[in-house]
Design a protein around this ligand. Structure first.
Ligand SMILES: Cc1ncc(COP(=O)(O)O)c(C=O)c1O
Length: 364
């Protein structure tokens, strides 16, 4: 069994996808056209925000979004180290300095205490990643703490489209937020895509310029550090077809997660504690002290499982040991125990039970 079956998705939505492609082909406008404008408007409305500015991918969205909220070369920017290096890559691309925060052992998300610690160190901005599709539970308090300190709050929502806290969608708590539409995401395109969302007219205008060569108007470049990072019309058209399905797909993901929680019973496996609308089950991640043995056992049963992510950012080889003295005790324990099980909306109950029973049968 695959960890994520994209062919099942395209098969299930073949008509919508073909309609989207046909619309674009018939119009003959392929980059930054009416489909992009329509999707940006719909997604901003879905989030309850004024602006959505699409870009080429979720990593560009973090980088251009951070630049737009004022992060520049030499600034310290806080981020977690357990979220796949994406935010750190964006921070490094700006020439800013990552300042790593530890996470909660229960939610795998950053804690308020860690945010308060990095604020006291003088960071310019804090990136909060809503990891595995779970909204950081203290995001409202984190937003207040950042605001009081004059620190920019940036939310990385690449794994959490549609997750809510107190009736507000993630991406609406900070000064700006980023999304990825990589095909496996809860709202995924059929290629790369990303977006920045914000209520700030100024941040939106800066990102619109940064994504297109730094133009103020066509062929007039007045902004430095820009690039070409645009969403194409095909992807925007597909995303417009998938957006109305997002809440139902998230509900099905939650059902799958609940079925796992009800069915998996093994003394060496801890299951995530999750609640309701704050979790959109992007990844279903269990903990097991003998993770590698369990993974091998599942592989023998032809069940794919993965590790998100196997190496924390501060231990990545690119740093050549620069962060060797940085200790993030919880992150470092979790990295050896986490295991992601298949969880995607097209999964059948029978497939979920196959995975769960496979775990229950593990003679550890
Ligand atoms: C948490 C997180 N942030 C950022 C990204 C980067 O998105 P992209 O792959 O579209 O650049 C991803 C996914 O790949 C992600 O999972």
């Amino acid at each position: 069994m695959l960890i994520n079956d994209l062919l099942a998705r395209t098969r299930a939505h073949e008509e919508r996808i073909n309609a989207a492609f046909q619309r674009v082909v018939a119009r003959g406008w392929f980059v930054l056209g009416p489909e992009v404008a329509q999707f940006e408007h719909s997604f901003a409305t879905y989030l309850g925000l004024t602006h959505c500015v699409s870009v080429a991918n979720g990593t560009d969205a973090i980088e251009l979004g951070l630049r737009a909220v004022g992060v520049g070369k030499g600034n310290m920017v806080a981020t977690v180290a357990n979220a796949g290096m994406y935010s750190t890559t964006a921070i490094l691309a700006i020439g800013a300095e990552p300042c790593f925060m530890d996470v909660s052992p229960d939610t795998h998300n950053v804690t308020l205490a860690e945010v308060e610690r990095v604020i006291s160190l003088g960071v310019k901005a804090v990136v909060v990643t809503h990891l595995y599709g779970r909204a950081a539970d203290k995001i409202e308090e984190i937003a207040r703490a950042c605001k009081a300190a004059g620190v920019m709050l940036f939310e990385d929502c690449a794994q959490a489209h549609g997750a809510q806290i107190s009736g507000h969608k993630v991406g609406s708590f900070g000064d700006a937020s980023s999304f990825s539409f990589y095909p496996t995401k809860n709202l995924g395109a059929l290629g790369d895509g990303g977006a920045i969302a914000t209520d700030s007219d100024e941040v939106a205008a800066v990102v619109r310029s940064l994504r297109q060569y730094g133009w103020s108007q066509k062929y007039h470049v007045d902004r430095a550090n820009a690039r070409n990072s645009r969403l194409d019309e095909m992807q925007a058209a597909v995303l417009s077809e998938f957006l109305p399905l997002l809440d139902a797909a998230n509900a099905r993901r939650r059902e799958i997660a609940q079925r796992y929680v009800n069915t998996i019973k093994h003394s060496k496996v801890s299951l995530p504690s999750w609640a309701g609308a704050d979790y959109v089950a992007h990844l279903f991640v269990i903990r097991c002290p003998e993770r590698d043995a369990l993974r091998t056992h599942l592989r023998d049963l032809d069940i794919a499982a993965d590790v998100h992510y196997p190496l924390p950012d501060h231990r990545q080889p690119v740093f050549n040991g620069v962060y060797a003295a940085v200790s993030l005790p919880i992150t470092e324990v979790l990295v050896g125990e986490i295991l992601t099980l298949p969880c995607y909306p097209e999964m059948t109950d029978e497939q979920v039970d196959l995975v769960a029973n496979g775990i229950n049968a593990w003679a550890a």
